[in-house]
Design a protein around this ligand. Structure first.
Ligand code: SF4
Ligand code: SF4
Length: 178
């Protein structure tokens, strides 16, 4: 663990020290059903210093930043911001487990940036390449067929290219400051 990661971990632990493990965050989270580690458990792992377990979980990649947990936490802890900080930490981490979980998130953002809106076919193609798993596309065949039948799959279009550049540039500037 390098000095920057250790420092960030200590600061996040300090922030989360007030957690009383009541589970309100997990019970309130609309995405908890898809997470492999519940938010309540993630805070516990974080406080125990088990950063590898936290960073190799899918939990924060499934967070949609809805702020419900933050609004409902009885201790008033900044949960959504802490999840964002963990996400940034995982983005800097290069271990295989973390990298695999981050693949979809990075591919998704790259897709939005590249086309100005989601382009499903290109997203999935690049995701499969990023995961380097030749059998992965097979798992998505039923979903792909379903989406195709409903007319939800579109071929890449460059119509909106560059439309979100200013938004991405602003976020990059904000991240550089933190
Ligand atoms: S709602 Fe707040 S106090 Fe309760 S488990 Fe979640 S973080 Fe901890
Ligand atoms: S901010 Fe994230 S973790 Fe919190 S309730 Fe919303 S989706 Fe769940």
């Amino acid at each position: 663990m390098n000095a920057l990661v250790r420092e960030t971990l200590q600061s996040l632990q300090e922030t989360m020290r007030g957690c009383i493990q009541c589970g309100t965050c997990t019970a309130s989270c609309p995405n908890a059903f898809a997470m492999d580690v519940s938010p309540r458990r993630m805070w516990r792992l974080l406080l125990l210093g088990l950063l590898d377990e936290v960073l190799s979980s899918r939990t924060f990649w499934f967070c949609s930043t809805c702020y419900t947990c933050t609004l409902r936490c009885p201790r008033g802890l900044p949960l959504t911001e802490t999840i964002g900080a963990l996400k940034r930490l995982a983005g800097q981490e290069t271990s295989v487990g973390v990298d695999q979980n981050a693949a979809f998130y990075r591919t998704f953002l790259d897709n939005i940036h590249r086309y100005g809106r989601i382009q499903e076919t290109d997203l999935m193609l690049r995701y499969f390449i990023a995961k380097r798993d030749v059998f992965l596309p097979l798992q998505y065949v039923p979903l792909g067929m379903k989406l195709m039948r409903k007319g939800k799959l579109h071929m890449p279009s460059t119509e909106r290219r560059g439309k979100l550049d200013s938004l991405f540039n602003s976020v990059a500037r904000l991240e550089d400051k933190t």
